[in-house]
Design a protein around this ligand. Structure first.
Ligand SMILES: Cc1ncc(C[n+]2csc(CCOP(=O)(O)OP(=O)(O)O)c2C)c(N)n1
Ligand SMILES: [Mg+2]
Length: 320
């Protein structure tokens, strides 16, 4: 699917919204207003927006704990996501999952994992289900650079390649896994270098470059849908905040963080849209203001919702 000016504006809408939501959650957490297990996606908003928007609405997204921006771009309603994060009964799983395991099958967000790498074999399973049903859907599977050192990465790519499954593996290489830099944990320079061991095509893309990332994902999705099997996409990105909110990032040079934060990709993309004539300053200011209102509405909805009754603990947990 070729990127259109309409897609570019949608990517901006989702990414400015995701950026503002992340800032809001961070502010609420640091002020002690809320408690929730939280992994900030600041710095990767554009990548997530492109992933969600370049997929077909009925395709499957297998998510991971840091990619709320992809889930919202795929159609996961933010109110359900925010309420879920706060353990409220109005959340997507009625408060039992939090950010880390929230799913929304209606929009194709079929799985989300806090188990690093655990989602890759499950994504292969979703892709196998599409082959068996002949439904023409593609599964896109997100994971971090650290996940590529799990055995599950090797197992999933091997099987997906042998069985030519319709799945696209998207590594969000933000250069760190918890407090360890990619350089210290990978014997090869690029995650994509590993793909040849599985006879899987691979591509490295700058996750801040919206048209290039869209092109890479669309080609991989088209290939998968036409029976050409899996692709490994390595999208280079960055994590503006620590692994968790308590992380002081002492293991990264302050200059590195400063230069990344100063060249905020969402603001860079905003400038690019104006320079290329895709949107005016005023139009984007309106988008930003609407995003701020929607963030507030989602927060108020989550805040004002009730906690579940105790019985909810046993509902939808075991199959009868
Ligand atoms: C199987 C497993 N091992 C360890 C952990 C603890 N853990 C949580 S996040 C994380 C880092 C993963 O880094 P990466 O895959 O690069 O993703 P990022 O957080 O950078 O997006 C680790 C080791 C876990 N949740 N699951
Ligand atoms: Mg990482």
């Amino acid at each position: 699917m070729t990127i259109t000016p309409g897609h570019l504006r949608e990517v901006y809408e989702i990414s400015t919204f995701a950026k503002q939501l992340d800032d809001k959650v961070q502010q609420l957490l640091m002020g002690g207003t809320i408690t929730t297990t939280w992994f900030s996606w600041r710095g990767s908003e554009l990548l997530g927006a492109v992933i969600g928007k370049s997929m077909r609405p009925d395709d499957y997204l297998v998510a991971y704990y840091r990619d709320g921006m992809s889930q919202m771009a795929k159609g996961f309603p933010v109110k359900l996501l925010f309420a879920e994060a706060l353990g409220k009964v109005t959340g997507s799983q009625r408060g039992k999952s939090g950010w880390v395991h929230s799913v929304h099958p209606e929009s194709g967000v079929v799985m989300n994992s806090g188990v690093v790498g655990g989602q890759l074999p499950i994504a292969a399973g979703w892709a196998l289900s599409s082959v068996l049903r002949g439904d023409g859907k593609v599964t896109v599977c997100n994971f971090g650079d650290g996940a590529t050192n799990e055995g599950a990465f090797h197992e999933a790519l091997t099987l997906a390649s042998l069985w030519q499954l319709p799945v696209v593996f998207v590594c969000h290489n933000n250069l760190y896994a918890e407090h360890t830099s990619f350089r210290k944990m990978s014997p090869v320079e690029r995650v994509a270098d590993r793909a040849c061991a599985y006879n899987v095509p691979s591509v490295v893309v700058d996750g801040d470059d919206v048209p290039a990332t869209w092109q890479a994902l669309s080609s991989a999705i088209d290939l998968a849908r036409s029976g050409g099997g899996p692709t490994l996409v390595e999208a280079m990105t960055y994590r503006f905040r620590g692994h968790t909110r308590y992380d002081t990032m002492a293991y990264i040079s302050p200059d590195e963080i400063k230069s990344r934060v100063e060249s905020d990709p969402v603001l860079g993309f905003r400038q690019w849209l104006i320079e290329q004539g895709h949107a005016s300053q005023d139009e984007l200011a309106e988008v930003d203001a609407r995003a701020a209102e929607e963030v507030e509405e989602a927060w108020e909805f989550a805040r004002d919702s009730d906690f579940p009754e105790v019985d909810e603990l046993y509902t939808d947990v075991l199959a009868s």
